[in-house]
Ligand binder design. Sequence first.
Ligand code: NAD
Length: 398
Amino acid sequence: MIVKPKTRGFICITSHPDGCAAHVQEQIDYVKSQPKIENGPKNVLVIGASAGYGLASRIVPAFSSGANTLGLFFEKPGSEKRTGSAGWYNTAAFEKAATAEGLFAKSLNGDAFSHDMKKQAIDIIQNEMGKIDLVVYSLASPRRTDPDTGETYSSVLKTTGGEYTNKTLNTDKGEVNEVTIGAGTDEEIAHTIKVMGGADWELWMNALDDAGVLAEGVQTVAYSYIGPEITWPIYTDGTIGQAKKDVEKSCAKLNDTLSNKYGGKAYVSVNKALVTQASSAIPVVPLYISILYKEMKAKGIHEGCIEQMQRLFADHMYSDDAKVDNEGRIRVDDWEMRDDVQAAVLESWNKISNENFTELADFQGYQDDFLKLFGFGMGGVDYDADTDPETAPLSLAE
Ligand code: NAD
């Protein structure tokens, strides 16, 4: 099949197996170019392992400290007629590369919020892996079915105050225009917390603890975002921000349990704003990211998911002492939040309009990264050649 990008709003409905493989290989090559992480994790579970921050969190321990990995995700396999989702092909490439180096790499495709998925993961850990020393929780999902009540909740991206109007980028048309974001109701806030809050992270850690599959010194981490004031109404102070506060509460509880029982630790890491499938759906944020990319590239401090996760593991979680902020969070968004970076971003933000945005923002960089998520625009890939849409992860091939 010859596969070309077909974008619909903030998603691309096709993805390229060989392009996704090239994107994964680029990340593996980066990790291999870095110093090995001494005392890095060896037996890792990544929940949300097929794209964005979760995929990078799987690649770093595998290729930096030779870790065995079990990755979970919700992706669509390809068929003879249709391409699968990018995360499916990313995982196929990851498993192939890890297995070639003699590493254990298995995956589970299904709903991580369910009890069944937790049971399947525990079975694999007990029978094939041995105790887990790192659990990465990197889910980004629009809905969640509570496994005990069967009730399904949807998350919303709204404010928790009144309406908020600001600039945004129509990534389809390449236009800057205004967007008004409505206020979430109490129910919408509560439901967003149900989906993106810490409840499921706790369920996972409790299930692993009860099953006796956590190792001495085990660490766990979940990801959050803070960003500058221009994004607060929609993010930090918005419905999603309330869910992230809930993740921090869960983190404190998990840290107590893990430190008491295993001498372990639970962290929230605040990461940089980056183009991923999850972030491209948030209003205002893509315009902010485009301006941020421009400033960070100009200063030579731009990073993608893989560089962020390399720094998280090497400089914090597996260094002698993880540096944390007043709230106990790891901050790999430190370069994004530097005063000089934020001052420059704000200056451009105040001036930016449809007439000057290609000058003030790195829209090309945004679009390139967006297409890369689906395996397009990768050097060395022949996009006019046939590619096999039925490419599948080794552990999930029928
Ligand atoms: P992403 O969309 O790239 O990846 C999401 C992952 O979750 C995929 O592996 C997907 O398959 C999996 N997933 C979704 N629903 C699932 C389900 N029901 N069961 C199993 N797997 C499921 O997202 P991302 O941007 O990497 O986000 C990961 C985390 O990082 C989120 O907590 C997000 O808030 C946080 N974060 C993102 C950014 C950013 O700018 N992208 C910044 C800081 C923090």
